[in-house]
Design a protein around this ligand. Structure first.
Ligand code: ADP
Ligand code: MG
Length: 255
């Protein structure tokens, strides 16, 4: 290929937004020549790279948009430390069918039992399946809703949330909200009912949700919708961090 043609090809690939093909076409062409590939085989290998790079970039973008606070996945989660958690069931959820069925997930348990870790791992699994995920702490979500309302952008923010396949609301119950804040959160939860999935982690028993959603009626209405089609898990036991630090301390003492 003449330099002129190669330059023209580069311009075309740029214009067509095929950056991986642009970066790889020469190297692959040399390989194709030495291994006597057909034109079709060469084109297939080249386009394969572009498709793979796009899929990988899209995944990175989905994970970024999800705004997970930490990147905790199942590979670092020790299920033996939480025997109360049904591992096969959780791994089944990681396959994502519950999201197609618009089911919810509730992870209940005291602090440090791995709720955020499991919620994030389920969120990452959903991202890998090409789904849109958003992670918020309950406190953060209420603040965002209140701020959006103040500047008349609530509908816009709600529409953004509506586009997600999975909304993760972490740490419900750590903070209580103003009446207005609780109502906004209720609105978000209620609107998703049977339309899109919600994953909630909380340190509160359902019987104590009245503390967060002030008012018996709102709490009852919310729990009714939330738990209707919901996988509920209890993570019981002591804080994982606490246990790990005790292990290290004990280890040090016997040294
Ligand atoms: P919670 O959200 O229930 O308060 P986290 O998920 O934040 O707890 O867990 C606290 C810390 O302990 C995190 O760093 C988390 O990765 C780790 N952790 C908790 N449970 C486990 C577990 N079973 N296996 C591995 N790490 C765990
Ligand atoms: Mg947490």
């Amino acid at each position: 290929m003449s330099d002129h043609d190669a330059q023209l090809l580069r311009t075309h690939l740029k214009q067509l937004r095929l950056p991986t093909m642009l970066a790889e076409f020469e190297k692959l062409a040399r390989e194709a020549a030495t291994s006597q590939q057909t034109y079709e085989q060469y084109l297939l290998r080249l386009s394969d790279l572009e498709v793979a790079a796009r899929a990988s970039n899209a995944l990175v973008a989905r994970i970024k948009a999800a705004a997970f606070p930490v990147h905790k996945d199942f590979d670092t989660f020790d299920f033996t430390a939480v025997p109360s958690l049904n591992k096969p069931k959780i791994l089944e959820l990681a396959r994502g069918e519950w999201l197609d069925q618009h089911y919810n997930v509730c992870l209940l348990g005291s602090v440090g039992t791995g709720k955020t870790h499991v919620a994030t791992a389920l969120g990452l699994a959903a991202c890998r399946q090409g789904r849109k995920v958003r992670f918020f702490t309950a406190g953060n979500l209420v603040t965002r809703l209140e701020e959006a309302q103040k500047v008349y952008q609530l509908d816009r923010f709600l529409a953004q949330l509506d586009k997600t396949d999975l909304l993760i609301c972490d740490e419900l119950g750590y903070l209580s909200f103003s009446r207005g804040g609780a109502e906004l959160l209720f609105q978000v939860f209620a609107e998703r009912y049977e339309r899109a999935s919600l994953l909630i982690t909380t340190n509160l028993a359902f019987s104590d949700w009245g503390q967060v959603f002030q008012g018996e009626r709102m709490t009852a209405a919310l729990l009714d919708r939330l738990t209707h089609r919901c996988h509920i898990f209890e993570l019981s036991g002591e804080s994982y961090r606490f246990r790990e630090s005790m292990k290290t301390k004990k280890g040090k003492k016997t040294e």
